[in-house]
Design a protein around this ligand. Structure first.
Ligand SMILES: Nc1ncnc2c1ncn2[C@@H]1O[C@H](COP(=O)(O)OP(=O)(O)OP(=O)(O)O)[C@@H](O)[C@H]1O
Ligand SMILES: [Mg+2]
Length: 501
């Protein structure tokens, strides 16, 4: 029967027939089901009563769909409540949730939702709403979305935020779920940023062994796309294809992150080519050749961010830069920075103290009031100098003290490029305080280290060709000097050739 035929039939019914007819349809209408019992791991996540849940999975494991089921269920079960879905950007929130998850669930469960494309919000017939929010939204939009009380909140793509989610979860979202004793679910696949709340909660978990864990009051769930009955076969075929194309694919960090769900860093994405084996030391080498040690201090100033101090040393007869120590401290005022710097000055006789010059007032105050001889760091061409510094890491010409420079080692091991940016920019979510302080100090030392010559006058690390070039340069310089002397003499005494005329 077509819709028109049905409408004609209903129109002919008496009021009693009509109400009997609709009562019959209502009785027939099934209650929606917000889970797929064949999908055990996702169902375990959905049925978990914990108020804070965290999910670590591979790609395509059903994280987002599971989150969509949770939001729809919570909005459906309690009238007039709000639920929130947060993704990295508004565009990704829409791409992930809108058509493939929320509209699909609405259609399959015949919920009768209204979708507002401009606001990215869904209204259920019971008055409940689901909002989609991208972290890139402007402040006003964010305030509007976040300034409510929520029955449930999902934070998707949790490994990729530039900001640490700590503040957002405990400062904003957790209080916003208090009224309903609502739920927060944070879900994601490992990424390159081994830092922040999501990492802290999920490190050491291997999705390949599906299961549960508890940490810091959060209930953890992990599984892979093999546990997702809607994906398992396709996932298997996909991995086979990848292996066929590249037999070593399993060793790549991307495969380990996305296909195995492991927290490994893609080294190629690290900003500095620091290698723990190659670039650390326990004790300074005993140097018997002539010369002395030079000490340089690098300081990166911050107030909300930590201030960092990095002490470097090199010897006249050794081209290696030794980082003797690194230290960082949050919320230092100028006097504290000056005191800490003085303390270091008491221990080392610095050739130079190089400081980030962005806060000129603070630097000037330390120079004048605290009598610290600071030199502003060169900032232009940062990217070029990072490249040069990387050359020194690769050729083991920079070494960090394993213990005393630990905060710097930590930063080198975690600082990655921001792959969301077109330009080569450091990821704003990673700490770069000690790394910047070290760069300022290294940049000052670099000029001396690269100009250092061996006993034969040859620059370190240069070839025989360069030795020949050096000889030629010296000969040319000698001839030029002779010419200059001659010209000076002519100026004083006149040209001897003139006197012959
Ligand atoms: N309960 C379910 N019922 C039906 N289909 C499901 C269910 N759970 C997951 N799927 C399907 O499995 C596939 C992967 O799901 P989803 O997109 O949620 O995975 P994901 O882990 O978020 O992936 P990504 O890492 O790419 O974001 C999709 O095609 C989705 O429709
Ligand atoms: Mg997803």
């Amino acid at each position: 029967m077509t819709k028109e035929e049905l409408d004609r039939l209903i129109a002919k019914m008496t009021p009693t027939e009509k109400s009997e007819f609709f009562a019959l349809i209502a009785a027939e209408k099934k209650e929606p089901v917000f889970k797929d019992v064949a999908f055990k791991a996702q169902t375990a996540f959905l049925e978990d009563q914990a108020r804070m849940k965290v999910v670590l999975c591979t790609r395509r494991s059903g994280k987002s769909y599971g989150a969509g089921l949770m939001l729809m269920r919570d909005a459906y079960e309690t009238p007039n409540v709000s639920c929130l879905y947060v993704a990295l950007t508004r565009a990704s929130a829409k791409r992930i949730m809108w058509k493939d998850v929320l509209k699909t669930i609405d259609r399959e469960q015949a919920l009768g939702c209204r979708f507002n494309e401009t606001e990215l919000s869904v209204t259920l017939p019971n008055g409940s709403m689901i909002y989609l929010l991208g972290m890139d939204a402007d402040e006003q939009e964010k305030d509007k979305a976040l300034g409510q009380k929520f029955k449930s909140v999902v934070i998707d793509e949790a490994a990729s935020y530039g900001v640490d989610l700590h503040e957002m979860v405990y400062g904003i979202l957790k209080p916003a779920t208090a009224d309903y004793r609502g739920t927060i679910a944070m879900i994601g696949t490992p990424g390159n940023m081994k830092r922040g709340l999501f990492y802290d909660l999920t490190k050491g978990q291997v999705p390949g062994e599906a299961g549960r864990w508890e940490k810091m009051g959060w209930s953890g769930h992990r599984w892979t796309a093999f546990d997702n009955p809607h994906m398992a076969d396709k996932w298997k075929a996909e991995i086979e294809d990848l292996k066929l194309a590249n037999p070593l694919i399993e060793e790549t960090p991307l495969f380990q992150q996305h296909y195995l769900g492991k927290w490994v860093i893609d080294d190629s994405n690290l900003v500095y080519r620091f290698d723990y084996e190659k670039n650390t030391f326990d004790e300074l080498p005993p140097i018997t050749k002539k010369g002395r040690w030079h000490y340089v201090l690098g300081i990166d100033l911050g107030f909300n961010d930590p201030t960092a101090w990095v002490v470097c040393a090199y010897h006249d007869s050794d081209r290696t830069l030794y980082v003797l120590g690194a230290h960082k401290k949050e919320k230092c005022d100028i006097t504290e920075v000056a005191d800490q710097t003085r303390k270091l000055m008491g221990r080392f006789d610095f050739d130079r103290i190089v400081i980030d010059n962005a806060n000129k007032q603070a630097v000037e105050e330390m120079r004048r009031r605290h009598d610290i001889p600071l030199v502003g760091a060169e900032k232009a061409g940062k990217a070029d100098f990072m490249e040069l510094m990387n050359g020194d890491f690769v050729s083991a010409r920079i070494k960090l003290h394993k213990k005393a420079a630990a905060p710097l080692i930590d930063e080198y091991s975690q600082l990655i490029w921001d792959d969301r940016s077109q330009r080569r920019e450091e990821h704003p979510g990673c700490a770069n305080h000690c790394t910047d302080a070290a760069l300022y100090a290294w940049r000052h030392c670099y000029a001396y280290l690269s100009d250092m010559r061996q006993d034969n006058g040859l620059r370190y690390g240069k070839s025989e060709d360069e030795w020949m070039l050096l000889q030629e340069e010296q000969e040319l310089e000698r001839l030029l000097q002779e010419k200059r002397n001659m010209e000076a003499e002519i100026e004083l005494y006149g040209d001897p050739l003139d006197r012959l005329n």
